[in-house]
Design a protein around this ligand. Structure first.
Ligand code: HEC
Length: 127
């Protein structure tokens, strides 16, 4: 009795393994762009949050709703700032580069943590 059931059970097991494999591959394909976008999402939220980066108050940025011309448009960031530490320094304390700037020294004034600045840079590199 149990013998007769075995091959069918085995076939079902193989079938579900194959299905799981196909599903896994499908999910992985679907997720990879989503995962890439996800890595920039926390930085985008921080950049757009009025209580945090509030970068949109001064910069036009892709995905932002209000254009602003107080500071330059933030675009082509990877090409213009290939060195990550340059971008970090600007966000951390732009007053070092330009004592007259209106851009808040986000790191120095503890508005953004080191990790938050790095998340924002991950987002900037998608612009
Ligand atoms: C109160 C206005 C203001 C806010 C808010 C602001 N910035 Fe700026 N930012 C400026 C100005 C003005 C400049 C031009 C350079 C200067 O003043 O030294 C600038 C320059 C920059 C630059 C150099 C751009 C270039 O093309 O040379 C980067 C990068 C930058 N800001 C990123 C940010 C990010 C990221 C945020 C949010 C976390 C932010 N800024 C928030 C005003 C602002």
């Amino acid at each position: 009795m149990t013998r007769a059931a075995k091959p069918a059970t085995a076939r079902r097991a193989v079938a579900s393994l194959v299905a799981a494999g196909l599903l896994g591959a499908g999910v992985a394909t679907l997720l990879s762009p989503a995962l890439r976008a996800q890595s920039a999402a926390p930085g985008q939220a921080l950049a757009f949050d009025r209580a945090k980066g509030n970068c949109l108050a001064c910069h036009t940025m892709k995905g932002g709703d209000v254009p602003s011309t107080v500071g330059p448009e933030l675009s082509d960031m990877k090409m213009r700032f290939p060195d990550r530490s340059t971008l970090y320094a600007i966000i951390d304390d732009e007053e070092k580069r330009n004592p007259e700037t209106v851009m808040p020294p986000f790191g120095k004034n503890l508005i953004l943590t080191r990790q938050e600045i790095n998340e924002i840079i991950d987002f900037l590199y998608t612009l």
